[in-house]
Every structure is written in C-alpha cells, then in structure tokens.
Design a binder for this molecule. Structure first.
Ligand code: SF4
Length: 251
C-alpha cells in the first residue's frame, strides 16, 4: 500500500497573517502610545538623532537641547554648528547629525516658512520624496517623521522588523526596504494608529523576547507563528528523543 504524503500546513494569506501577528502583539503589550516626544518637531529631531544609536543616548541629547533652550526649528537652523555638535554629542555621529539637522531646518525655514505641517502636506509619495531629498534622511527616518511627527500612514521598517519577520518566516532576508514597507502597507488597512502601534510593538518585542543574540521564544506571543521557534522545538524534541533512545535502548 502506498503511503499518503504528510499533510502540508496551509499558509495563511499574507494580510491575515500580518493582522494576526499585530493582534497577538497588541494583546501582549497593549497600547504603547509612541513616539515619546513633546512636539512633532521633537519627533523630527529624535528621528535624525536615533540613526545608528540607542534611544537612551538620544534622550540625553534631546535633554541637552531642551536645557539650552534650543529645541526649536528657528534656533536649530541658526545655532553655530559647533554649539549644536556639542549639545547632541551623546547621540554619536554628532558632526553628521548636526549637519543633517541644520540642512533640514534651514530648508524648512527658507522654503516652507518653518511650517512642518505644510512641508508634510500633499500626496504621501510626494512628501516622502521631499524628505528623502534632504541630506542624511533615508527611508527609515523619512517614514518615522511621516508616521510619528505628522501622522501620515507610512509604515516604518527597521532592523528589528527585518530580524523578527525573518525569524517568523515572512521575510527571506533579501528584501529591500521598500519591498518590506510595501508588503505591510498593501496587506494592512491604511491606518496611522495601526502602523504607529504595530511598529512600536515590533520594537518592544525585539528588545524583550527577540533579541539579536538571544531569543526568549517561550515567553514570546508569536512563538506559535514563528518558524524559528518551531524549528527550535523540533530540534529540542529530536534531541530528547535521541537522548531517550541512548539512555534506554530497549524502549
Ligand atoms: S518566537 Fe522566538 S524567534 Fe520567533 S519572534 Fe518570538 S522570540 Fe523571535
């Protein structure tokens, strides 16, 4: 008698899968109310300062700017560059970041009368292009500004998103930034609060359960959905089966 092939697990459609993951993360973390800032302009500054550094360093730099009464678009645009560098030094790459901040703020002042809302108004793709045209503003920074400073529905992709969704098995690791962003945006409802919370939850998961060098899959709300965790469980099962066989060869 010929054996039946093992039943293939049915893959969920991508939109259902991404929504289900969001649902699990929401149940686990609740609302995270991002971004931690007192004003849209502070989000813009934070989005530039957080490039290649930990958020705790950004907090110190922002605190320095606040203490020196310099956290405004007009002041940052005209502050002597050396003074700005010193204030943001804790965020690392401070020379580059000072130039980036001044490039953007001077542009906003000169061409948009310092009006961030006007600069970020109009079709989403056009505004995104406008941001990407500024020195040192890449896709992640542009999308963070769009989503968290001015509430436009632009999904943010970062290293955490890549890591988690690769481990889950949704990404292969070869996708470019825009492909990943499109995947989320084409499969989720266009909704600023959804994108806001989803990205915040991804960051939270990456910092708690799904770290770069260590995973805590048994505590992770996505463990049932995750290819990495499934493989790990199978490996564990195989190991204990083998162990059982060698310890008790007669069973
Ligand atoms: S189950 Fe493990 S590998 Fe998968 S997302 Fe969670 S922590 Fe990361």
């Amino acid at each position: 008698m010929t054996k039946k092939p093992p039943e293939q697990a049915k893959e969920q459609p991508r939109n259902k899968q991404l929504s289900h993951i969001h649902h699990l993360l929401s149940e686990h973390f609740g609302l995270l109310h991002w971004w931690p800032a007192d004003s849209p302009f502070e989000v813009v500054v934070g989005a530039i300062l957080t490039q290649n550094t930990a958020w705790t360093n950004v907090e110190i730099a922002i605190q320095n700017l606040k203490q020196a009464n310099t956290l405004s678009l007009e002041i940052l645009a005209t502050l002597p560059i050396k003074q700005l560098e010193e204030l943001i030094r804790p965020s690392g790459f401070f020379r580059q970041k000072a130039l980036r901040l001044q490039n953007l703020t001077q542009h906003l002042l000169r061409d948009w009368q310092g009006d961030l809302t006007a600069f970020c108004s109009g079709p989403l793709d056009d505004v995104r292009e406008r941001l990407l045209a500024r020195t040192g503003i890449g896709p992640e920074t542009a999308d963070s500004i769009l989503l968290y400073a001015v509430g436009r529905p632009s999904f943010v992709v970062d290293a955490y998103t890549r890591r988690i969704f690769e481990r889950i098995g949704v990404l292969t690791g070869k996708e470019k930034y825009n492909e990943i962003r499109q995947m989320f945006m084409q499969n989720l409802t266009e909704d600023t609060s959804l994108y806001n919370e989803y990205h915040a939850q991804i960051v939270q998961l990456a910092k708690t359960c799904c770290r770069k060098k260590q995973t805590f899959c048994s505590a992770c709300p996505l463990s049932k959905e995750c290819r990495f965790a499934k493989q790990d469980r199978q490996k564990g099962r195989r190991l204990s089966e083998n162990k059982g066989r060698s310890e008790n060869p007669e069973v």
